[in-house]
Design a protein around this ligand. Structure first.
Ligand code: SF4
Ligand code: SF4
Length: 142
């Protein structure tokens, strides 16, 4: 979606730059996304930031005194990036792993050892499942 249309859709003109979204953003606290700057940047047509550092916790939207759906805006920015093929490698890895195994987390060998030491059951390693999932996800993407 084009930036001007985005500003209109999310009513960014209502933003008063109070920075409440940023003060409540866990990502901004650690040098990540700065939601009030995203809003301002999109509104002024100069946003060049990185929407992938957002945790999608929606706190920004919940605290905004003007009712701006900041997290929804960030989601659209991400979708735009993804459509242009700009997906960070780590997300691509998670998605690839999910397609193969149905699991979003890679289970390293060290986890198996820790589980054995703790007396926990062996994790399922059914090799027929990844193939099925991969076929299903390819079908879903057609
Ligand atoms: S909380 Fe709302 S009004 Fe305040 S800076 Fe963020 S988007 Fe703008
Ligand atoms: S949804 Fe993203 S931008 Fe909003 S508060 Fe959470 S991490 Fe920050």
């Amino acid at each position: 979606m084009e930036r001007g249309a985005l500003a209109e859709k999310f009513e960014l003109a209502k933003c008063i730059q109070c920075k409440k979204c940023t003060r409540n953003c866990p990502s901004a606290k650690h040098g990540g996304i700065v939601p009030n700057e995203v809003v301002l940047g999109v509104r002024e047509g100069r946003y060049e930031g990185n929407p992938w550092t957002c945790l999608m916790c929606h706190r920004c939207s919940m605290v905004c005194p003007k009712g701006i759906e900041v997290a929804g805006l960030v989601m659209v920015l991400r979708n735009n990036e993804a459509e242009s093929g700009n997906i960070p490698e780590r997300f691509g890895r998670v998605y690839g792993n999910f397609r193969k195994t149905g699991d979003t987390m890679s289970i390293a060998g060290a986890v198996d050892e820790e589980r054995r030491a703790l007396g926990l059951m062996e994790l399922c390693r059914d090799q027929s499942i990844p193939g099925k999932l991969d076929k299903m996800s390819r079908k879903a993407m057609q």
